[in-house]
Design a protein around this ligand. Structure first.
Ligand code: PLA
Length: 451
């Protein structure tokens, strides 16, 4: 028996559902799948799902930490897993300037909810390029950059990677070791082959600059290289400007293609311009590159999923052809991006007062994170916790890469209800003056009792 929705009603919805069912039953399985989706209550309906072979997948190593945290009934629990800013009271923060921009949007009765173009809100794209490349960027003036609105940083990386997999002659991308856990998956699924270059030196808890130069030096000519624009995740270790310059020279001499991931502009130093220096150095030399921007952290727009992908090209003509191909990547993936978040960003970036207010709020977030570094470092010193903890202050951005091993992390979660990723990364933005002592007690116990 073929299931019929609506008991013979001939509404358009019912007709569509029945057409869908007919389609599924004629194409889904080599067996006679019509029987297997029968709605008859006597036919073992519950036992023969076409998905019965599906095995449970693992939780995400970062977002799964929040899932575990949510299940913990302890009143002292602390989530330092995902990089999400919290106030001194431990609460998520909606920036004042975002509230103001949203109010403007709501009050504006001329606003409509039509689809955006495939590439998103034009004004948002223009202002996003200005934000990362600088208002006086020659590449912007010469129209050599195409910028498309995407679904936050992740979506921008994915669209860029899909474009490269289709249109770039080298399909290998080098990512730093370690890097944000999602990079490998995003690039692999887009069809790129992923290799790594040395980045972090656990002995010094700093940059392995020699290893980085050697690995990029032996990468095949033309290979793509993923670079964290600032506030490297998870290590909190960035190259100095001199080191960036050496990296730039090496990459340009070998024709390596830079793909910047800029998820923390303004969060490393508190200055939007300072945090974009690495990207601007690579654009200033006239060469080509890609940049994925996220407004999740610096505007606190996490769930609005607002970001942008820019591709800097040699000429305006190439840039416009590249954009035509980006549209062909985006249209079948999600058609066009959402309007609300991009409208908030555009409202803030276009208005001098709102923009200034934003930079002040952003600096306050960055400063609070830096103050947490000092408080945690002082608390460990007060406890005479064994080991050198100076990296807590030296590292920058949202995270401290503590050096705690996965056993110590598991111990802290079990005994102290402190949640963090198993690589020992803690989100400093999730700490407050009130919770620092609890974390310091936990770290002290972990390093003295668990090896
Ligand atoms: N790139 C890097 C380096 C990131 O750290 C993150 C987010 C993104 C891109 C993507 O962010 P977006 O898509 O939300 O704009 N990293 C977080 C969250 C903050 C996550 O894993 O999704 C983290 O905790 O590492």
């Amino acid at each position: 028996m073929r299931p019929e929705f609506g008991h013979g009603s001939s509404s358009a919805t019912d007709r569509r559902l029945n057409a869908l069912l007919r389609h599924l039953s004629s194409s889904s399985s080599p067996m006679d799948s019509r029987d297997s989706i029968s709605a008859s209550p006597t036919s073992g309906f519950q036992n023969d799902s076409v998905f019965s072979h599906v095995v449970r997948g693992p939780e995400d190593p970062i977002l799964g930490v929040t899932v575990a945290y949510n299940k913990d009934p302890s009143p002292n629990k602390l989530n330092l897993g995902v990089g999400a800013y919290r106030t001194e009271e431990g609460k998520p923060l909606v920036l004042n300037v975002v509230r103001k921009a949203e109010q403007q949007l709501v009050n504006d009765r001329s606003r409509i909810k039509e689809y955006l173009p495939i590439v998103g809100l034009a004004e948002f794209n223009k202002l996003s390029a200005k934000l990362i490349f600088g208002a006086d960027s020659p590449a912007i003036r010469e129209n050599r950059i195409t910028t498309v609105q995407c679904l936050s940083g992740t979506g921008s990386l994915r669209v860029g990677a899909e474009f490269l997999a289709k249109h770039y002659h080298q399909r290998t991308i080098y990512i730093p070791l370690p890097t944000w856990g999602n990079h490998t998956k995003v690039f692999n699924l887009a069809g790129l082959s992923v290799k790594s270059y040395r980045y972090y030196d656990p002995a010094t808890r700093g940059l392995n600059f020699q290893g980085l130069l050697e690995d990029l030096g032996s990468a095949p000519s033309g290979a793509i290289v993923l670079l964290h624009a600032c506030a490297h995740n998870p290590t909190g270790v960035d190259p100095t400007l001199d080191q960036w310059e050496r990296i730039r020279q090496l990459m340009r001499s070998k024709g390596l293609l830079p793909f910047f991931d800029s998820a923390y502009q303004g969060f490393a130093s508190g200055s939007l311009d300072a945090d974009a220096q690495s990207v601007r150095m690579f654009v200033a030399d006239g060469g080509e590159c890609l940049a994925a921007q996220s407004y999740a952290k610096n505007m606190g727009l996490y769930g609005e999923r607002v970001g942008a992908l820019s591709i800097v090209c040699k000429t305006a003509d190439v840039a416009s052809r590249v954009e035509s191909q980006l549209k062909l990547v985006i249209r079948p993936m999600y058609s066009n991006p959402p309007i609300h978040g991009a409208s908030i960003v555009a409202a803030i970036l276009r208005d001098r007062n709102l923009y200034n207010e934003w930079t002040i709020e952003l600096k306050a977030m960055a400063d609070r994170i830096i103050s947490m570094r000092h408080q945690l470092s002082d608390a460990l010193r007060a406890r005479s916790t064994p080991g050198d903890w100076s990296h807590i202050i030296k590292q920058i951005g949202m995270f401290t890469f503590t050096g705690l091993n996965s056993k110590q992390v598991a111990f802290m979660t079990k005994e102290y209800h402190i949640y963090m990723t198993s690589d020992g990364r803690i989100s400093m933005a999730g700490l407050s003056s009130k919770t620092v002592p609890h974390l310091a007690d936990a770290i002290h116990a972990a390093v003295t009792r668990v090896v």
